[in-house]
Design a protein around this ligand. Structure first.
Ligand SMILES: C[S@@+](CC[C@H](N)C(=O)[O-])C[C@H]1O[C@@H](n2cnc3c(N)ncnc32)[C@H](O)[C@@H]1O
Length: 233
């Protein structure tokens, strides 16, 4: 299994902390709703910041990720402050993932565009959710066109309609320069959810908080994040 995040685990863990009050994470928890007492699957959990947020809200959490280095950090933090989180090294699209288990909810924070097999992953989410269970996720908005220095959702030498894995070249898109991302149209995301029996229940497009003096400031004029929750049929 290739794990693009192995090489950036230190960088990621330093930049993305357990402060979950940024607009996109707040919107993700908002559309997810209360999780106290629920079994929740954190898909592409990384170093576990969302898993810990869920556990601190009373959920029983399983986190799955492809990157041993990211999971290593998650496990270190779990050892330091035990929250009862179970971490699993696996591909979220593996058809045998957590076979036999059932969850009340699943989340995926900024992970779906890193995952190469969207269809297999969403099929798993549906298989693992109980009927009526919730799937909530957030991604960089697939319609974000980019601004000077900040790459858009798709390559500048391509179009919104061309779906593929690519590595950003914007000088300020430091993470996506290193790990790349899979660009998919909004229709692909929505149709994949529909195809796998997940009915859209809420959407949010939270505005990013960007210092007006920052070189990234013009990005605030465009849709930047997309947050969706769905119900399993
Ligand atoms: C941007 S990080 C998000 C981590 C975490 N959800 C968060 O919000 O901080 C994307 C994560 O997706 C993971 N990932 C990529 N492909 C995956 C796959 N096929 N199965 C599971 N995890 C995957 C990466 O290893 C990485 O940890």
């Amino acid at each position: 299994m290739s794990a693009r995040y192995d090489g950036v685990a230190d960088y990621y863990a330093t930049g993305w902390t357990d402060d979950l009050d940024d607009p996109v994470t707040a919107a993700l928890f908002d559309v997810l709703g209360g999780v106290d007492g629920q079994r929740v699957l954190d898909v592409a959990c990384g170093h576990g910041r969302i898993s810990r947020g869920l556990a601190r809200r009373g959920a029983s959490v399983v986190g799955v990720d492809l990157s041993p280095a990211m999971l290593g950090k998650a496990c270190e933090l779990e050892d330091r402050e035990p929250l009862g989180i179970r971490y699993l090294h696996a591909d979220a699209a593996d058809p045998d993932l957590l076979r036999g288990e059932t969850y009340d909810a699943a989340v995926c924070s900024m992970g779906l565009s890193d995952i190469d097999d969207l269809d297999g992953t969403v099929a798993n989410v549906h298989r693992l959710l109980r009927p009526g269970g919730t799937f909530a996720f957030c991604i960089l908005h697939p319609c974000f066109p980019g601004v000077e220095g900040v790459s858009g959702a798709w390559p500048s030498d391509s179009t919104y309609y061309d779906e593929r894995y690519w590595q950003a070249d914007g000088a300020l898109s430091t993470l996506r320069q290193q790990v790349g991302a899979n660009h998919r149209t909004l229709s692909t995301y929505l149709n994949t959810l529909h195809h796998h029996g997940l009915t859209l229940t809420r959407t949010a497009e939270p505005r990013p908080v960007i210092d007006p003096s920052s070189p990234k400031a013009p990005a605030a004029r465009y849709p930047f994040f997309l947050v969706i929750s769905c119900r399993a049929n």
